[in-house]
Design a protein around this ligand. Structure first.
Ligand code: NDP
Length: 428
């Protein structure tokens, strides 16, 4: 059952990304759920040669490789704080260079320089992204596939002092080490694949995909401004809200070191595709939809204020609860009510963490709603993100419940008795 699921995701999710593109671009406007399949099909290649040309467009590959290599270069050379990751199974801790601040500053500086170097504020790179969305989607999907093949093969090469990464041996992920090559390739065989001290997983999680998502949003505004002479308040709002979220993630990357993705999940196709292709192309769906003048939404001050308020409250819950747990784990909130576990660590059952077992997920989901609401109520397609993200959070809650139950046993059951709601207080 696990293998068909993995195969379904490997082939199915890239098709979802492509379908969403076909439904939300400048040449296709969807109202309600009335799909005009003929118009959708017209956008597809009608020969193998055309498909090949789309998948292997030399210019798009060049642009994407420059993007990936330059984000890697910035990641490697820019200064940051040195932080230790959580303790691994062999007792070691990996060292991370936390340089989100310098990487974000470099990204913004390059963007501003590009913008002001042109007297008309025309940035060819942004327009290129807008004009080659389908080709770039295919490039990111194929690239993420190749990267997962690379890390899967590398996971079999024993560590030596020459290729040492900081651990005594390669730490394999518990779930991705079943011996079934397709399943392990999908889930990720190695926990933290690295080249020297460069951590591929943390890099992919927060650099090329997240920043590309923001670049796509900006490319949509750029296209609207240069092609139609003005920009709608809705596209500016969704880009501003998402830019805030992207920079918040990149600037607070230390928080990621204790996230399930880094501590528990292997790095395989699921994360590689998720980080490099799924995040930039599905999270930018609202801006891409709004970039079509036929879908234009004028929000006005009242609706803008309501959406900003929703995002603000969601962000407050998300960040205050995550910060509280993080401060508690660092021993800064010892006065708060907690349960001592058999592993020696404590479970916080006070403050935000008395309201529900994952109150931080509720905040994140409210943020998701605020982005989707910028597209008005013309079609449910632009609400894909809240549905997908809600499902992801439910699945994460179940996985985390199984993990904590395994790790903390009776004390986790006691925590659940004290804090019965899983995500939404008094509802679920
Ligand atoms: P959590 O931040 O909820 O972390 C769960 C872990 O925290 C548990 O495994 C356990 O780990 C510890 N823990 C759980 N309850 C307690 C408690 N009461 N007291 C002390 N420790 C506890 O989950 P995630 O890592 O999944 O998510 C982190 C954030 O990232 C969330 O805000 C989420 O919304 C966001 N996110 C965003 C995504 C996106 O695409 N935008 C995708 C995924 C997540 P331990 O073993 O250390 O005790």
């Amino acid at each position: 059952m696990r293998l068909p699921g993995a195969l379904g995701i490997i082939f199915g999710l890239p098709l979802v990304v492509i379908l969403l593109h076909l439904l939300t671009n400048e040449n296709y406007s969807i109202k309600g759920i009335n799909l005009d399949w003929e118009a959708v099909k017209k956008q597809l290649p009608n020969s193998k040669d055309q498909l090949w040309a789309l998948c292997f467009d030399a210019q798009c590959w060049k642009v994407y490789l420059i993007w990936f290599v330059s984000t890697t270069f910035f990641d490697l050379i820019l200064p940051g704080k040195h932080k230790k990751g959580v303790q691994l199974r062999d007792g070691t801790h990996l060292a991370y260079n936390i340089n989100g601040k310098s990487v974000s500053s470099a990204f913004v500086a390059v963007l501003i320089a590009r913008l002001f170097l042109s007297p008309t504020y025309f940035v060819p790179e942004l327009q290129f992204v807008y004009d080659h969305q389908l080709q770039l989607i295919l490039v990111t999907v194929i690239f993420s596939f190749l990267l997962s093949v690379f890390v899967y093969i590398a996971s079999f090469i024993p560590l030596t002092s020459a290729n040492g990464v900081g651990t005594k041996e390669r730490i394999l992920s518990v779930n991705g080490n079943t011996g079934n090559p397709i399943y392990d390739f999908f889930i990720g065989r190695e926990l933290n694949p690295r080249i020297g001290s460069w951590d591929i997983k943390l890099f992919c999680e927060l650099r090329p995909g997240m920043l590309l998502w923001l670049a796509i949003d900006l490319a949509c505004i750029h296209n609207q401004y240069h092609k139609y002479g003005s920009v709608s308040d809705s596209i500016v709002l969704v880009t501003a809200l998402q830019a805030f979220y992207v920079f918040d993630g990149v600037l607070n990357e230390e928080g990621c070191l204790s996230m399930i993705d880094i501590t528990t999940d292997g790095f395989g196709f699921m994360l590689s595709f998720g980080d490099l292709a799924w995040v930039p192309w599905t999270y930018s769906l609202q801006a891409r939809y709004l970039s079509n003048p036929q879908n234009a939404v004028h929000l006005g001050y009242i609706r803008i204020a309501a959406i900003v308020l929703l995002m603000g409250v969601g962000y407050y819950i998300f960040s205050a609860s995550n910060n509280q747990k993080s401060a508690f784990k660092q021993g800064k909130l010892d006065h708060m009510k907690s349960i001592k576990t058999k592993t020696g660590s404590k479970l916080l059952c006070d403050g935000w963490w008395a309201m529900s077992q994952h109150i931080n997920y509720l905040g994140d989901w409210m943020i998701a709603w605020s982005w989707c609401l910028t597209t008005g109520f013309q079609t449910p397609i632009t609400y894909f993100y809240v549905i997908y993200f809600g499902t992801l959070l439910l699945h994460r809650q179940m996985r985390d419940d199984a993990k904590c139950s395994d790790k903390y046993g009776e004390q986790w059951e006691e925590y659940k008795r004290l804090v019965p709601y899983k995500i939404i207080p008094y509802v679920y």
